[in-house]
Design a protein around this ligand. Sequence first.
Ligand code: UTP
Length: 288
Amino acid sequence: MKPIRKIVIPVAGHGTRVLPATKSTPKEMLPVVDRPLIHYVVEEALEAGIEHIVFVTGRGKGALEDYFDHAFELEAGLEAKGKTEILEDVRQPIMTPGSLSYTRQQSPAGLGHAIWCAREIIGDEPFAISLPDVIIRGKPGCLREMVDHYNKCQGNIIAVEEVPREEVNKYGIIAPKSTDEALMEMTGMVEKPSVEDAPSNFSITGRYILQPEIFSLLEKTERGAGNEIQLTDAMAALMTQQPFFACTFSGESHDCGSKIGWLKANLAFATDRPEFVQELQSYVGELF
Ligand code: UTP
């Protein structure tokens, strides 16, 4: 069995749902409390034992590369002032040389196309994908739990979450064979089904483990919804050839690709920081 060593994190989108904030700042660099979204996503990947991160980037995403690199002047200044705690925080995202790769998607032709751009770096091994606008609150992280499942069942795995039945039309929804286990065998998935037609109320969350055969299928995938090459279309094709599972996870997801999701994430993650809790609670109480 080949272990999950690599992850693809696509960051080439335009983030139109959170404009104008993303006009000159990559969506993935929007902060939640005091660190950018991408920090949480990389931390979750490392906790899952991932050794190599592949970012699929695009124009204007340079800030993201800098975040994972040394900032010599800043670090020297902090060191000179004895600000060791902040210095530690600043250095924390820096990874071992060679464990980060960047490849460029020249135009955002869809999530499926972005993943396909990483094919040469991933090669012939199973790999993970994390969508960086979704951050997960809770330990163990979602990817850790997925890798643990993978080590027992292999195949392809998609993380899912239960959503209220009346809201299934906002999400990608899976069709499970049965729903009585943490790891559910899947028979299909549908994008934004009507409440009446939805095969379940388990929505796709933005974390995947896939086999490398997905790349040849992506190569053949025609443009679909939104005139984009969709990962879901290639996964549906792969599902006819290989086992697919869906797993729930113990944390809670926050979709920071929407304004309200990002606002809620800031509040939720702040409650994990004892230094902010009391003041924030009384302030929110005053506001509403
Ligand atoms: P989204 O559709 O949520 O991101 O894709 P977006 O396109 O940036 O956002 P909106 O819809 O315009 O607001 C999920 C992830 O996939 C990446 C995005 O950067 C995001 O992190 N993505 C999407 C790409 O890298 N390339 C694409 O062509 C599309």
